[in-house]
Design a protein around this ligand. Structure first.
Ligand SMILES: [Cu+2]
Length: 314
């Protein structure tokens, strides 16, 4: 990844439209493109990154045509997202957060996603997985309209979803993505289940990301580490939705994780994810303390895709 254009001026940044600046300070966003050390966002966050970690949306289940149907409601809307220091970003969100809600269903179920476009721009929801063409979510949904996406889910695993209106890189880069977790019929063993979605922000529309984040807010889990318990089994649902990049890695400090796939298992401390690739990882920390978690592309970690696990003793 190259550095953002060092000649990028404050005026260019302001003109880009996606970026708003409160208080008149570019701070460490840095005209040389270095975005480090912006500090905590100066404004209150519209959602809590700690909640994004462990919140799963199960929808509501009704009986229809003699079988259960799981219904989710997802709405696209714009918000102003504080990314750090005085940097504000006009984000496009699903249910008011980046990433959108982590939807959860069981293998073989039918789901219905009621997608309302409450934004002023056309959007859609495209789910990965196997489904009829009419449910593929590539048709723009006009502002104020609602679309229904209905299909059977499976096999068990992780399925990204995202807006598919052109230019997709922009719609995804503005925040319109999330994860559908499909559980196996025989549930996995109990664990402390976490969701981390990696994303990037192109603040000045130059086709390159200046900031990165786990779950929407740069450095959120550095400022407030993710608490886990010593020796507890952690199951991490990991997704890379970073547009404009080559593959990213994910690295756990002072430990190794198991990569969970049917009939296949690997223990490692770095895994590579192309855009929209995802993995289920399991690990336990035997020693209490603070451990870093980040992509091993260190420049990307240095621009916000960085966190800590705070392993508390039992
Ligand atoms: Cu869109």
């Amino acid at each position: 990844m190259g550095d953002p254009d060092p000649s990028c001026s404050r005026r260019q940044l302001l003109r880009a439209g996606g970026l708003l600046l409160g208080g008149g300070s570019l701070l460490a966003l840095g005209l040389n493109g270095r975005a480090r050390a912006m500090g905590r966002p100066a404004q209150p966050l519209p959602f809590d990154p700690q909640e994004c970690l462990r919140s799963f949306e199960s929808g509501r289940v009704v009986q229809e045509n003699g079988r259960p149907l799981r219904i989710f409601e997802v709405e696209a809307r714009s918000i102003t997202l504080p990314l750090g220091g005085q940097v504000l970003f006009k984000a496009w969100t699903l249910n008011g957060r980046v990433p959108g809600p982590t939807l959860r269903a069981r293998e073989g179920e039918r789901i219905r996603v009621q997608f309302r476009n409450g934004d002023s721009t056309s959007h859609s929801l495209h789910f990965h997985g196997v489904h009829p063409a009419a449910m593929d979510g590539i048709e723009p949904v006009l502002k104020g309209r609602t679309a229904i996406y209905e299909f059977d889910v499976g096999p068990a695993g992780l399925y990204p979803y995202h807006c598919h209106v052109a230019p997709v890189s922009r719609h995804v880069g503005k925040g319109l993505f999330g994860l559908l977790v499909v559980d196996p019929v025989v549930p996995r063993p109990p664990a402390d289940e976490l969701v981390l979605v990696m994303g990037g922000y192109d603040l000045n529309n130059d086709g390159r990301n200046e900031l990165y984040a786990f779950n929407g807010i740069p450095d959120a889990y550095m400022h407030q580490p993710i608490r886990i318990r010593q020796n507890a089994l952690v199951r991490l649902y990991l997704l890379n939705m970073t547009e404009l990049e080559g593959p990213l890695t994910f690295h756990l400090h002072a430990n190794a994780f198991r990569v969970i796939r049917p009939g296949w298992s690997e223990s490692t401390d770095v895994i590579t994810l192309g855009v929209a690739e995802r993995q289920i990882l399991e690990f336990r920390y035997p020693f209490p303390g603070r451990y870093m978690v980040h992509p091993h592309q260190d420049q990307i970690a240095e621009r916000g895709c960085m966190g800590f696990f705070d392993v508390v003793p039992v």
